[in-house]
Design a protein. Structure first.
Length: 227
């Protein structure tokens, strides 16, 4: 599955529970061999586009894969379609334009088992920090493919995943607890624009310079008063 990529983009100063991974692990608790692929990309307007694939061999247990229920709050914003590839059958969940708060509501699709994962994104100054973990100790190791890809708005300076450009991919090992960490250098969208400040400074200098010229001319040519 191709993971969405983004150029350098911006986020607001907000802490967000990225609960897509919680959905994944909740669904994993219901089945054995599983393919789970999650990709998310943050857009310039601080909304999130993404895709989740959850599938099992031949659609076990019922032939169509794990059941996915969209929360009422996200109806019309999340699309659920079928997935059938390489003997895995299940669902493909896609969404675009979700806010961070709406992304957090996605955990309702996976039921109560989401406590096996934690993924938190927050801004610290000029950096976006990602911290979390994925507990797959109860997941069988055979025919399992579990991946998460996050596209970040800037340069990835530190991570325990595989970084390429602004995207980090984590491949999780069934039967283990895997950490999730990344630090991304990204401009704070609420910070004053350097270009804007430069233009403002130039305008102020021009105004001050013009005023100085006028004052100099007035001093050199004082008004003549008639007697």
């Amino acid at each position: 599955m191709p993971f969405p990529r983004t150029p350098a983009r911006h986020r607001t100063k907000a802490r967000s529970k990225a609960a897509v991974l919680l959905v994944v692990l909740a669904l994993l608790a219901l089945t054995g061999c599983t393919r789970v692929q999650v990709a998310m990309a943050v857009q310039p307007d601080d909304t999130v586009d993404g895709e989740i694939v959850v599938a099992t061999p031949d659609g076990a247990p019922g032939g169509s894969g794990p059941e996915i229920t969209v929360p009422p709050e996200l109806e019309g914003k999340v699309d659920v379609g079928s997935y059938d590839r390489d003997g895995f059958v299940g669902s493909r969940v896609s969404f675009s334009g979700l806010t961070f708060a709406e992304v957090a509501q996605l955990n309702a699709m996976g039921g109560p088992a989401g406590s096996r994962a934690r993924l938190e994104m927050r801004r610290v100054g000029e950096r976006i920090v990602v911290q979390g973990r994925a507990d797959l100790t109860t997941m069988p190791v055979d025919r399992s493919d579990v991946r998460l890809a996050l596209s970040f708005p800037g340069e990835v300076v530190e991570t325990d995943g595989e970084a390429e450009g602004g995207t980090v991919t984590w491949t999780f090992a069934p039967g283990e607890v895997s950490p999730l960490n990344a630090s991304v250098l990204a401009t704070d969208p609420n910070a004053p624009s350097v270009v804007g400040w430069s233009l403002l400074l130039a305008a102020l200098v021009a105004v001050a310079g013009g005023a100085a010229v006028l004052l100099a001319r007035r001093d050199r040519n004082p008004p003549v008063h008639s007697s």
